[in-house]
Design a protein around this ligand. Structure first.
Ligand code: GLU
Length: 410
């Protein structure tokens, strides 16, 4: 099963509980544009390498297309279509006035020098600049891209279109970025974890956490949760899996990753373990915050956590999701749990548009307000209609995007 099949299955099961017309249903699953480009650059040793780049614009009924760009060897058109559709639902769940898009380049950025990475990014912008823009489609960071990538995109775009800071979000604060954007996805994940624990009659203080992925999302979620008294007892990334029942120091671990040559937790003090053992660890919360498709029908029944909070996009296959739910596990779905990033992307875009910048407290307060409202609405719909949280989140998203589509007229 591909990512695309997975996201369509989630869409279908929510759509089946609603009375959508066949026309609306068809419009909601059809991506508006699928762009594939060949990106050729001269490598440091003088030879030319060609990389495949993608931008999929899924739906803009509620506002300009919005979503990240990832640099990863697994990037392809199908994955981008699936992830673009998740962005459409995610922006609708939190009520930010954007649609959904996603893209990226099929590359392992760890094998490129900084110069090669910059040339690749600028060349990619040369190929897609006509279909992006502050009122058209606004990229952002995703897997293996960061604020530096966004700075290059803004600069390259401005060579064609003049000064347009709102063309991308997740920019450095020194270059029209927003305070709080860096931490925003992880903060949203941490907030959802805290609220879901409270709904289960538990407190975040003292709760044990296993985290897969310690990049931007995982490291911020871990640090914020640690600040509230949670204990990170297992963690893994592309190069190592470690556990420590006395709890990792999330700040020290983040500092280690920042200076490690592989940008990994590898080499930090802890007992080596495996991904299988991390998923099966006896913890209160499991947070997959790396890549998609990691919780599957084969490993779902090993999960002992009673709460799974999806920091990554699409980490749980539909079969795994059903198994988890039938085991009594609460799953806070990606389109709610990791929506803090796009929420503060929206704040960044608003600040860019107004040329007026907020302090961090204002960003964080507004983020929490938006996430709380979305969380409460998903929970309300889930209880009222006897649905799991994911199906409820899809129902809300489909309802909102459907309304906008009908109002606009087909
Ligand atoms: N890549 C992030 C996501 O998947 C952020 C997208 C954005 O801010 O546009 O939600």
């Amino acid at each position: 099963m591909s990512h695309l099949d997975d996201s369509l299955r989630y869409f279908d099961r929510a759509a089946r509980t609603m009375d959508l017309t066949a026309n609306i249903e068809r419009l909601l699953v059809t991506p508006a544009r699928r762009l594939q480009v060949e990106v050729a650059i001269v490598m440091d040793d003088g030879h030319v390498e060609v990389f495949e780049g993608f931008r999929v614009q899924h739906n803009d009924a509620r506002g300009p297309f919005k979503g990240g760009l990832r640099y990863h060897p697994h990037v392809d058109l199908d994955e981008a279509v699936s992830l673009a559709s998740l962005m459409t639902w995610k922006t609708a769940v939190v009520g930010v006035p954007f649609g959904g898009a996603k893209g990226g380049i099929k590359v392992d950025p760890r094998t490129l020098s900084a110069g090669e990475l910059e040339r690749l990014t600028r060349k990619f912008v040369d190929k897609i600049h006509l279909v992006i823009g502050p009122d058209v489609d606004i990229p952002a960071p995703d897997v293996n891209t960061n604020s530096q990538t966004m700075a290059w995109i803004m600069d390259q775009f401005s060579r064609y279109h003049g000064f347009q800071p709102g063309v991308v979000t997740g920019k450095p604060v020194a270059l029209h970025g927003s305070l709080g954007r860096d931490a925003a996805t992880g903060r949203g994940v941490a907030l959802c974890t805290k609220w879901a624990l409270e709904d289960m009659g538990r407190s975040v203080d003292g709760a044990t956490v296993a985290m897969q992925g310690f990049g931007n999302v995982g490291s911020w979620a871990a640090r914020i949760l640690a600040g509230w008294g949670a204990k990170l007892v297992a963690v893994g990334d592309h190069a190592a899996y470690l556990e420590d029942d006395s709890g990792f120091n999330a700040e020290a671990l983040t500092a280690h990753v920042a200076t490690s040559p592989e940008r990994s937790i590898k080499g930090f003090a802890g007992t080596p373990t495996t991904v299988e053992a991390l998923f099966a660890k006896n913890v209160d919360v499991l947070i997959p915050a790396a890549l998609g498709g990691v919780l599957t029908a084969d490993n779902a029944d090993t999960v002992r956590a009673k709460l799974v909070v999806e920091g990554a996009n699409g980490p749980t296959t539909p079969d795994a999701h059903d198994k988890l739910v039938s085991q009594g596990v609460v799953v806070v779905p990606d389109i709610l749990a990791n929506a803090g990033g796009v929420t503060v992307s929206y704040f960044e875009w608003v600040q860019n548009t107004q040329r007026y910048y907020w302090d961090e407290e204002e960003v964080n307060t507004r983020l929490e307000r938006v996430m709380r409202k979305a969380y409460d609405e998903v929970r309300r719909v889930a209880r009222h209609r006897d649905l799991d949280l994911r199906t409820a989140a899809f129902v809300i998203a489909i309802r909102e995007v459907g309304k906008a589509t009908v109002l606009r007229g087909i």
